[in-house]
Every structure is written in C-alpha cells, then in structure tokens.
Design a protein around this ligand. Structure first.
Ligand code: SF4
Length: 253
C-alpha cells in the first residue's frame, strides 16, 4: 500500500486549499518573488534560529512529504513527475501507476506509451514519460535496479536535478539535505532567515545557519510553512509560529 504522507501533522494548517506551485524549479530558478519589500537587514541570531526550529519541531515532530510512494524508486519517479505540478495531482496519477509498476524493471516493461496514459493528467507528461523510462533503464543498467545514494549518481539520471536529488536523499535515505522549492525559497527570503537570489544560494545559506539537529526535517518544516501559512500572496501571519522572529516588514497580525 502506498505511503500516504499525511497532512494531519502540519502546524495548524487551517485551510487545505493549496496554491499551484512549480515544485521543480527550472534551471536558473523561476520562483515567486520573495517579497514586495526587502526584509530587515538585521540577520537572525543563532539563538533565534534555534528558537524558530524548536517551535516547528514542537508543533510537528515528524513532518512528512506529501508525495505518495512505496519505495525509493517510486519516490524518485513521483518527484520527477512533480515538476510544474501539485503533489495532489501527481498522487492521483501515481496510485494506479505504482500499482502496475513499482520497480524500474516493471516500468521499463510497461513502456513509454502506456506510461503516458497513466500520467496524461500531469503537465509535461510526454517529456516526463520519456525521462522516467530512460531513468528506469539506466537504473537497471548502471545501478542494479536500485536508486543510487549519491547526489552525483542521482543528478546523472534524466529529469533529475539538484532539488529532486535532495528530496530523494532526504526522504529515502535520511540525509540532512535541504531541497529548495518555491515555498522554501520564498520563506527563506521573506523572513530574512537565509536570503539568496537563486535556489542554490538559499540552499547553501540554509545549510550554514540551520543547526545540525534540525537539518533532517528542516526542508519539510519550511515547505509546509510556505504551503499552508506563509502563502505567496497573502501570508497568514496571525497563525504564524515565528511571527515575532520574522523580518518581513509587511507582516500583519
Ligand atoms: S510572519 Fe507572516 S511573512 Fe513572516 S513567516 Fe510568518 S506568515 Fe510569513
């Protein structure tokens, strides 16, 4: 049965309505503008950062991603399919797909045409189908049908960029990687926690400032915070756990 990452342990999400999001930013980083105004230049202190993540941890000790998967391979496929699509839209398509093909061997046997039928409700499905089949063939040929555990090997697969590799390393293998999607990018910039002009800049800044003990879950906390509280257009500052720490000059309570 597919692991359904529950949203029930979010930090008081309130509304389940979700904005559309590009979960796999294009090369060069097409992201929502971080904020109308620049956050205060006063950087966060180490104590403030530890305080913020302690609050996230207390509210949601075991945060989960929302892409359904069965094993590292299906997680990898789901993340590849999630580019420019919502997790809910991907989950809708992958339930039937993963029942039919949950290993690279089964996916390769399924073939590109039948795969396209399973995922045709997802944007860019033709390119994604091609990538998933090639990726599956490469896993069989080069990695014994297993998902590799290194960033270099993951990023060598078609359709897999740095963000996808970070998600797989974090969720499938427990590495303390920080995947920067549009939500993390916005929250890091808007709050002033880890400002950066590109996803890579933000990732490296987050890596520098987040204490080790919080790194494994940090990307989930920040994604969920951005998805349900610190919304792109109208952040719910009144429900925000870190409102007193946030540097955004437009925050409203
Ligand atoms: S106070 Fe408002 S802008 Fe700042 S992190 Fe919270 S929700 Fe986002």
């Amino acid at each position: 049965m597919a692991k359904k990452a529950s949203a029930s342990n979010l930090q008081k999400p309130g509304s389940r309505k979700r904005e559309a999001r590009p979960s796999q930013p294009a090369a060069g980083g097409r992201h929502a503008a971080p904020a109308r105004k620049s956050p205060s230049s006063r950087p966060w202190s180490a104590a403030e950062i530890a305080d913020a993540f302690s609050r996230f941890a207390k509210a949601n000790p075991e945060p989960k991603g929302e892409l359904e998967h069965i094993n590292p391979y299906t997680l990898l496929v789901a993340v590849v399919l999630s580019a420019q699509a919502t997790d809910a839209g991907v989950n809708k398509a992958t339930r039937a797909l993963f029942a039919a093909a949950d290993t690279p061997e089964k996916m390769a046997a399924l073939g590109e045409e039948r795969l396209r039928d399973f995922i045709k409700t997802i944007g860019l499905y033709r390119t994604k189908a091609k990538n998933v089949i090639t990726l599956s063939e490469q896993l069989i040929a080069r990695h014994g049908g297993q998902v590799p555990r290194t960033r270099e090997a993951l990023e060598a697969l078609p359709g897999v960029g740095r963000k996808t590799a970070n998600v797989v390393l974090n969720i499938a293998f427990g590495e303390p990687t920080l995947a920067v999607d549009t939500h993390v990018f916005r929250v890091a910039n808007r709050t002033g926690l880890a400002p950066g002009k590109t996803p890579l800049e933000v990732e490296l800044a987050l890596e520098r400032v987040i204490p080790e003990r919080f790194k494994h879950h940090a990307h989930h906390w920040l994604i969920l915070h951005g998805r349900y509280i610190c919304l792109a257009r109208k952040p719910s500052c009144a429900r925000c756990l870190i409102v007193d720490l946030c540097r955004w000059p437009d925050k409203s309570v």
